[in-house]
Design a protein around this ligand. Structure first.
Ligand code: HEC
Ligand code: HEC
Ligand code: HEC
Ligand code: HEC
Ligand code: HEC
Length: 505
C-alpha cells in the first residue's frame, strides 16, 4: 500500500509539477501571444517607428526608407524592367523602344516638333530623371518646366521664389532646361519623384505638391464642367466658396489616391512662352481641353499652338499622357476606384497592410489589383482587358492611316496649286483629327482607363481626318467650294421615357 501510496505521492507531485510547468508555459505563451497581438495591433495602427526625422527638404528617398523600409523596397523596384503586351517597355534593358519607329504615322504626325526626333516607351519611376536628361528632344531648346514632373523639384522652386514655391514655379519656365537642371544637381535634389512629393513629412498623409496640378484643379472646380469622378468638387461648388478649391483641404482621402498621380500623368503645355499649364478650365474631356486650347492666347496675344506641321503648315496641338483625364471619364473613376487601387494595391508585410510602392502595370498583379473587387478568375480578367485593348489598338491604327491620308492629300493639293485659303478647312480638320488621335495614342492604358470614351475620341479622329482629306481633294476643284467641316450632330432633346405613358401605373 505504502508503496502504492508512495508511488501515488510521487505521481501526484509529478503531475502537480507538470501541471505547474504547463500552466506556466501556457501563461507565458498566452502572455506572449497577447503581447504579440498588442504589438501587431499597434503596428497596424502606427505602422512605423521613426528612426530618423524627415523634413520638406529631404528629397532623398533612402532617408525616408529608414523609417518605412517596406514602402522604400517597393519604390526601389521601379528600377526593374516590366513588360506586358501594351504596357511597360519593349526594347533593350538599356533603352526603351522608339514609338515613332514602331508606328511610323506618329513620326509623320509630329514632323516639325521634337517628338519626331525621339519618342520612346515609358518605364518605371526610377528612370524619370535620367531618361529625360538623355532624350534627344533636348537637342531643341526646352524649358525648365520639364522638371516639374521628372524630379523632386520643390526645394528648388522654393529657392527660386525666395521661400515661396509658387513664385519659384512661375519663374521656372523662363529658365532653360539645362540651367534649371544644373541648379537641381547643385542643390542635391536630383532624385526622381520621391516620398516628399506625395507625403507630408509631418504625418505621412497624402498631399499634392505640384503647382501645375494645384492651379489646374482649381480652375476645373471654378468651371461648371461636371466632374463625377471628383465628388468633393461638387461639394465645394455648393458651399460658400470663401477660398478657391484646394485639394489638400477639400479633397477626400480616396480622391488624394488619384490626385497624387494627377500631378504628372496629365495633358499639359510645357514650353518657353508661359508657365506650365494644365488645361482644365473647361473640363477634363478631350473636347473640353481642345476648346480650352482653341480659346487660349499666348501672353503676346498670338493664338495658342504647340507647333506648325512641317509638311502642311497646320497649327496643331500635341497631346501628352492624359491618364488622369481619360480615367476620369471611365466607369472605375465613377465608382470611386482610384489610380492607387489598381497601380499601388495593398499587400501584406508581416501583420501590416502596406501599399505596394512598386508602381507598374496592374496586369502583372491581377490578384491584388483587380480580384479584390472582381470575382472572375485571373485569365478571364486578363482576357477582358485584352479585348478592350485590341479594339482600341485597331481603331488607333485606322486613325494612323487616316491622318497619313489627310497629310498626303494636302501635299497633293498644294502641288496642284491649291491656294492657302482653299486649304484652310483641311488644315483646321488636321488639327482636330491629330489632337484626338494623339490624345489616345499618348494615353498609356491602350484604351482601358475609359474604353467607350477612347473609342468615341478615335471615331471622331478618323472622321475628321477623312473629312480633311475630302476638303483637301475638293480644294483644287474649281467648280466646288470647299466642303464645310461638320461637327458632331446635335444631340437629340432630353431622351423621353422609354416606357409609353399609357403603360405606366
Ligand atoms: C481599374 C484599374 C485602373 C485604374 C483605376 C487606373 N489604371 Fe492605369 N492602367 C490599368 C490597366 C489595366 C492598364 C494597362 C496595363 C497594361 O497594358 O499592361 C493601365 C495602364 C496605365 C499606365 C501605363 C502602364 C505601363 O505599364 O506602361 C499608366 C501610366 C497608368 N495606367 C496610370 C494611371 C493613372 C495615373 C491612373 C489614375 C488617374 C490610373 N492609371 C487608373 C488599370 C487602372
Ligand atoms: C512627379 C511626376 C510623377 C508622379 C507624381 C507619378 N508619376 Fe508615374 N511616371 C512619371 C514619369 C515621368 C514616368 C516615366 C518614366 C520614364 O519612362 O523614365 C512614369 C511612369 C509610370 C508608369 C510606368 C511604369 C513602367 O514600369 O513602365 C506607371 C504605371 C505610372 N507612372 C503610374 C503612376 C501612378 C499610379 C502614380 C500615382 C500613384 C504616379 N505614376 C505618379 C511621372 C510621375
Ligand atoms: C506634367 C508632367 C510632365 C511634364 C511637364 C513633362 N513630362 Fe515627360 N513624362 C511625364 C509622364 C507622366 C511620362 C510617362 C508617360 C509617358 O511616357 O507617356 C513622361 C515621359 C517622358 C519621357 C520618356 C518617354 C518618352 O517620351 O520618350 C521623356 C524622355 C520625357 N518625358 C521628357 C520630357 C521633356 C523633355 C519635357 C519638357 C519638354 C517633359 N518630359 C515634361 C510627365 C511630364
Ligand atoms: C507617387 C506618390 C507616392 C510616392 C512617391 C510615395 N508614396 Fe507612399 N503612398 C502613396 C499612396 C497613394 C499611399 C496610400 C495612402 C492612403 O491610402 O492613404 C501611400 C502610403 C504610404 C504609407 C502608409 C502605409 C501604406 O503603405 O499604405 C507609407 C508609410 C508610405 N506611403 C511611405 C512612403 C515612402 C517611404 C516613400 C518613398 C520611398 C513613398 N511612400 C513614396 C503614394 C506615394
Ligand atoms: C476597388 C474596386 C475595383 C478594382 C480594384 C477594379 N475594379 Fe473593375 N470595376 C469595378 C466597378 C465597381 C466596375 C463597374 C461595375 C458596374 O457598375 O457594373 C468595374 C468595371 C470593370 C470592367 C467593365 C468596364 C467597362 O468600361 O464597362 C472591367 C473590364 C473591369 N472592371 C476590369 C478590371 C480590372 C482588369 C481591374 C484590375 C486592373 C479592375 N477592374 C479593378 C471595381 C473595381
Amino acid at each position: 500500500m505504502a508503496d502504492l501510496e508512495g508511488k501515488h505521492w510521487i505521481n501526484s507531485r509529478l503531475v502537480f509539477g507538470v501541471l505547474i510547468a504547463a500552466v506556466t508555459a501556457v501563461t507565458v505563451g498566452v502572455t506572449a501571444l497577447l503581447m504579440n497581438i498588442a504589438e501587431r495591433k499597434a503596428e497596424v495602427r502606427q505602422p512605423f517607428v521613426r528612426v530618423v526625422d524627415v523634413t520638406e527638404d529631404d528629397t532623398d528617398p533612402a532617408k525616408w526608407g529608414k523609417n518605412w523600409p517596406a514602402q522604400y523596397d517597393g519604390y526601389k523596384r521601379t528600377a526593374l524592367r516590366t513588360a506586358t503586351r501594351f504596357g511597360g517597355h519593349a526594347g533593350s534593358e538599356a533603352l526603351p523602344e522608339e514609338k515613332i519607329e514602331r508606328d511610323p504615322w506618329l513620326e509623320r504626325m509630329f514632323r516639325g516638333y521634337a517628338f519626331s526626333i525621339d519618342y520612346r516607351d515609358r518605364r518605371g519611376h526610377a528612370y524619370m530623371l535620367t531618361d529625360q536628361e538623355a532624350t534627344k528632344r533636348l537637342t531643341k531648346p526646352q524649358s525648365g518646366s520639364c522638371l516639374h514632373c521628372h524630379a523632386s523639384i520643390m526645394p528648388v522652386y522654393r529657392e527660386l521664389g525666395g521661400g515661396d514655391a509658387m513664385a519659384g514655379f512661375e519663374k521656372s519656365f523662363e529658365l532653360t532646361y539645362q540651367d534649371l537642371n544644373a541648379k537641381l544637381h547643385e542643390s542635391g535634389h536630383a532624385h526622381p519623384v520621391s516620398c516628399v512629393d506625395c507625403h507630408s513629412p509631418a504625418d505621412m498623409s497624402l498631399r499634392v505638391t505640384r503647382p501645375g496640378f494645384l492651379r489646374g484643379i482649381q480652375a476645373l472646380a471654378a468651371s461648371t464642367a461636371p466632374v463625377p469622378a471628383v465628388p468633393s468638387i461638387a461639394i465645394w461648388r455648393e458651399g460658400k466658396r470663401a477660398a478657391p478649391y484646394d485639394p489638400n483641404v477639400d479633397a477626400t482621402r480616396n480622391e488624394m489616391r488619384s490626385f497624387v498621380c494627377g500631378q504628372c500623368h496629365v495633358e499639359y503645355y510645357c514650353a518657353t512662352k508661359m508657365p506650365l499649364t494644365f488645361p482644365w478650365g473647361k473640363g477634363l474631356t478631350a473636347t473640353d481641353i481642345e476648346a480650352y486650347w482653341d480659346e487660349k492666347d499666348f501672353p503676346d496675344g498670338k493664338d495658342f499652338v504647340d507647333y506648325n506641321h512641317a509638311e502642311t503648315g497646320a497649327p496643331v496641338l500635341k497631346a501628352q499622357h492624359p491618364e488622369f483625364e481619360l480615367w476620369s471619364q471611365g466607369i472605375h473613376a465613377r465608382n470611386g476606384v482610384s489610380c492607387s487601387d489598381c497601380h499601388m494595391p495593398y499587400m501584406r508585410e508581416g501583420a501590416a497592410k502596406v501599399s505596394d510602392h512598386w508602381v507598374r502595370s496592374p496586369l502583372l498583379n491581377v490578384n491584388r489589383s483587380c480580384q479584390t473587387c472582381h470575382r472572375a478568375n485571373e485569365q478571364e480578367l486578363l482576357a477582358r482587358v485584352d479585348v478592350i485593348q485590341q479594339r482600341n489598338y485597331e481603331l488607333l491604327q485606322r486613325g494612323g492611316a487616316a491622318i497619313v491620308g489627310l497629310i498626303d492629300s494636302v501635299l497633293a493639293a498644294k502641288a496642284a496649286g491649291a491656294s492657302p485659303q482653299a486649304l484652310e478647312p483641311a488644315l483646321r480638320l488636321q488639327r482636330r483629327a491629330q489632337w484626338r488621335l494623339d490624345f489616345i495614342a499618348a494615353e498609356n492604358s491602350m484604351g482601358f482607363h475609359a474604353p467607350q470614351e477612347a473609342a468615341k475620341i478615335l471615331a471622331e479622329a478618323i472622321d475628321y481626318a477623312r473629312q480633311g482629306e475630302l476638303a483637301a481633294l475638293s480644294s483644287t476643284l474649281p467648280a466646288r467650294a470647299a466642303v464645310p467641316p461638320s461637327g458632331a450632330p446635335a444631340a437629340p432633346a432630353k431622351p423621353g421615357p422609354t416606357v409609353p405613358a399609357a403603360q405606366k401605373n
